[in-house]
Design a protein around this ligand. Sequence first.
Ligand code: FPP
Length: 235
Amino acid sequence: MNKNELIGTPPAHVGIIMDGNGRWAKKRGLPRTAGHSRGAKVFKRIVEDLRSLGVKYTTFYAFSTENWKRPEEEVNMLMKLLDSYLDDIRSMAQKNTRIIFAGDKAAFSPKMAAKMKEIEEISENNDGLYVCIALNYGGRAEIVHAAKLLAKEFGDNIDAAGEDDFDRLLYTSCMPSADLIIRTGGEQRLSNFLIWQSAYAELYFTDKLWPDFSKDDLITAFNWYSQRDRRFGGV
Ligand code: FPP
């Protein structure tokens, strides 16, 4: 039973920074990797909770361009974990879910990159819930990538390029900008996540560690969001 009832309309695009897996494991005397395993299970559950709450677009920060700096053993385990979840992610496509991987796939094994591409392709025409998984993703890298494409496309006519053209070249081009960013784990920063797309997003921070995050917490975040007065620069 959820303590909370949803009030108001849920945000259209929710971005989630799933932080705190390592600390969750440490508190229990477990290796950090156990926290990631638990975090991956929670990811699957929260996708279904978002669907049931009527959210249309979601982006999850699963592995950043900076996460390669972690100990080799942890990076290897995260890669294995992500790879093993690709089948679960593929099966989401059967529920009319569109799956997008934001980030440079070239850094992954050719087999994993091919699986990711295949999942994107088989779900391309789905129009239910959008699940964007940011993998080897960095907001600045995404902006540089889009800027290069923009320069190629416009050439000498670059002065004609506008924000909409730029937006169309981002990994998230099939989704609107983020409305709400949730970060678990107590830190209050974006850490290079959706930095273009979150220009007018509401930012919600909770001390809950990601493996402890529940549907009830999601509703609390949505109810906080629905009380925000979003002016988008107006009055
Ligand atoms: C941050 O916690 C978490 C990550 C860097 C990895 C997030 C990945 C998952 C939850 C798995 C996602 C799975 C799928 C299938 C998309 P942290 O390790 O930085 O925690 P800490 O701050 O407590 O050390």
